[in-house]
Design a protein around this ligand. Structure first.
Ligand code: UDP
Ligand code: MG
Length: 198
């Protein structure tokens, strides 16, 4: 009876969150129809939002979804990395996915990611963007330079265009939350802890 946790850091996502959860509803229904043994939970972290994100979370937690919704709210804005860590610490799943609330990490990829962890010998499935189309050129340039430099100075292998959208098995999650860094850089930590990544 595997449980899959979906961890979502949210900062001022009052508009996106209901759209995201609705999309997730559909994906969860598809996956539980294929395999009635699996269940889901959503772990929402309000990172000190200035809008109505927390009120939206409470309303969504009380509404009907094909999974339980639990939420935690920060006393102020601490940043995405802190919100991700809090989400991982509170997730109970045998599998844990981290994803953005703004639909830049499409929930429709989850079935394929879960399937890979069932059939192939990996500890986690990670995603990356293959194009920077539509991004301001200055941001693309800075991002490319960042990956070039970080991979030269660091032993942790950080893939250009890597996103924080991934699905991990429990042992990898435990390794990540065991690290006590305050100023976290998840894309570095994912690589540093080892494990097999597709
Ligand atoms: N986020 C957060 N705290 C912050 C900034 C962002 O929890 O201080 C969340 C945000 O709500 C979203 C994810 O992190 O779910 C990615 O944020 P954003 O879309 O702003 O980042 P980008 O797409 O520019 O990388
Ligand atoms: Mg975004």
């Amino acid at each position: 009876m595997p449980l899959i946790s979906i961890v979502v850091p949210c900062y001022n996502e009052q508009e996106s969150l209901p759209i995201f959860l609705k999309e997730l509803d559909g994906v969860v229904r598809i996956m539980t129809r294929q395999d009635p043994g699996i269940s889901f939970e959503a772990v929402l972290i309000d990172d000190g939002s200035a809008d109505k994100t927390l009120a939206v979370m409470k309303a969504e937690a009380a509404a009907a979804h094909p999974y339980a919704i639990r939420w935690h709210s920060f006393s102020r804005n601490f940043g995405k990395e802190a919100a991700l860590l809090a989400g991982l610490q509170h997730a109970k799943g045998d599998y844990v996915a981290t994803m953005d609330a703004d639909m830049q990490d499409p929930p429709s990829l989850l079935p394929q990611m879960y399937e890979i962890l069932q059939t192939e010998d990996y500890d986690n499935v990670a995603t990356r963007r293959t194009t920077r189309e539509g991004e301001p050129p200055i941001r693309s340039f800075c991002a490319r330079m960042f990956y070039k430099i970080i991979n030269r100075i660091s032993k942790a292998d950080i893939v250009d265009g890597a996103r924080d959208f991934r699905l991990m098995k429990r042992p990898m999650v435990n390794a990540i939350i065991s690290m006590g860094e305050y100023n976290r850089f998840s894309k570095g930590i994912y690589g540093w802890v080892g494990f097999k990544t597709k």
